[in-house]
Design a protein around this ligand. Structure first.
Ligand code: PLP
Length: 394
């Protein structure tokens, strides 16, 4: 059989290699501690589960969901956004329900890019941002993120001829995988660049609310207040532990919402009504579980950083997200994939290689803090033994 050319760039995926290494470790009888995936391990809040369970017996939820059936969800989104960020949002024209935010960010380039158009993406960045651009026949331009610049792109480094061919910029702060945060001044610079070059500005806000003390988490519409050229993507996967339920949403410029809606109309019929009702319960109900969850991730973060320091691997304390982004010690400083495949083969501890998020991620690994402090300590003990036997412990 012959397949479309657009499949080709999707085939290179170091995470598939990691999956193979993990499967081999399981087959060899190792007990796996999986810190490689950002899938929240905590339960979904009870009121959300109750709303979904109650919907199952209600046959009016069993059919296709057209746009108008998502109205109550869109209203809950607009109310929450206004309460959190103080910017009014029209639920009819400026909000769209998504089957997870990844679905939205991956579909949007189809509505923006013509074949050969450039999209400015973060490197390292979320792999699906690249995948969406490839599916649309676009050309990603990686904006390198470096530690010395706070993992923020330097817009002055973008060559004028690239900027001239660009149609889209995608940002994600708090950032996966580096855990970096951005402030309003940075978003102002990004918006000014997009204004200058007439680009659509996408902000993937997957870690909305996952910021610890001292961290910042502006929304793009605190800068682009009139929603001139921006669209922001949110998920309930992280904030409400609903990753498996597949529910997210976009808020944005009405034309952008309209074109994304047109693309989606070809592809899906929205999320199941029961999940939408669960999401409404999450957005409108008491927010205690969010605060509890943040405290849990902060405790894990502190325990992990301390355990790593104790074995001589110093890593900066993240201000946000559920990850730790760690610079690899010698002799692994340019071999993140080797480090991760050999670590899982030897110890059962799975972590994500920085290179999997783009060339500028090489030399780093990403730990997802999806175990309790005891599990994290066991993982760090195994890593210490691995570092000793595989060379030096830094
Ligand atoms: C930056 C970023 N965007 C999107 C997603 C996916 O979110 P969803 O479950 O809403 O598709 C993730 C998940 O890890 C993420 O890290």
């Amino acid at each position: 059989m012959r397949f479309a050319d657009r499949i080709r760039p999707l085939q290179f995926n170091v995470f598939a290699e990691m999956d193979r290494a993990k499967a081999a470790a399981i087959a060899a009888g190792l007990e796996i501690i999986d810190l490689s995936l950002g899938s929240v391990d905590l339960p979904t809040p009870e009121p959300v589960l109750e709303a979904i369970a109650a919907s199952l017996g209600d046959s009016s939820t069993h059919g296709y969901q057209l746009f108008r059936n998502t109205q109550a969800f869109r209203q809950a989104v607009a109310a929450r956004y206004m309460a959190t960020f103080g910017v009014p949002v029209d639920p009819e024209t400026e909000v769209l329900a998504l089957i997870g935010s990844q679905e939205g960010t991956a579909h949007l380039p189809l509505a923006i890019l013509n074949p050969g158009d450039v999209a400015l993406l973060q490197d390292p960045g979320y792999p699906s941002h690249y995948g969406g651009v490839y599916l649309a026949g676009g050309e990603p331009y990686p904006m390198a993120l470096r530690a010395e610049k706070g993992f923020l792109p330097d817009f002055d480094e973008i060559p004028p001829e690239v900027a001239a061919r660009s149609r889209l910029m995608v940002l994600n702060y708090p950032h996966n995988p580096t855990t970096a945060t951005a402030n309003v001044a940075f978003f102002e610079r990004a918006l000014a660049f997009c204004d200058r070059h007439d680009l659509v500005l996408v902000h993937d806000f997957a870690y909305d609310g996952m910021v610890f003390e001292g961290g910042e988490q502006p929304s793009i519409f605190q800068v682009d207040r009139d929603k001139r050229r921006s669209i922001e993507f949110f998920t309930l996967s992280k904030a409400f532990n609903m990753g498996g339920f597949r529910i997210g949403y976009a808020i944005g410029n009405r034309e952008l919402i309209q074109v994304l809606r047109q693309i989606k109309a070809v592809v899906d019929f929205n999320q199941y009504a029961g999940v939408l009702r669960g999401a409404i319960a999450a957005l409108t109900g008491p927010q205690d579980s969010r605060h509890e969850r943040l405290a849990i991730f902060q405790e894990r973060r502190d325990a992990f950083i301390q355990a790593m320091a104790a074995i001589g691997w110093a890593v900066p304390t993240p201000k946000a997200t559920m990850f730790v982004w760690a610079k690899l010690p010698e002799p692994w400083t340019t071999r993140s994939v080797d480090f991760c495949t050999q670590l899982v083969a030897a110890t059962g501890v799975a972590v994500a290689p920085g290179f999997g998020f783009g060339p500028s991620g090489e030399g780093y690994v990403r730990f997802a803090l999806v175990q309790d402090p005891t599990g994290l300590q066991v993982a760090v003990d195994r890593i210490a033994r691995f570092l000793q036997t595989s060379g030096r412990s830094q």
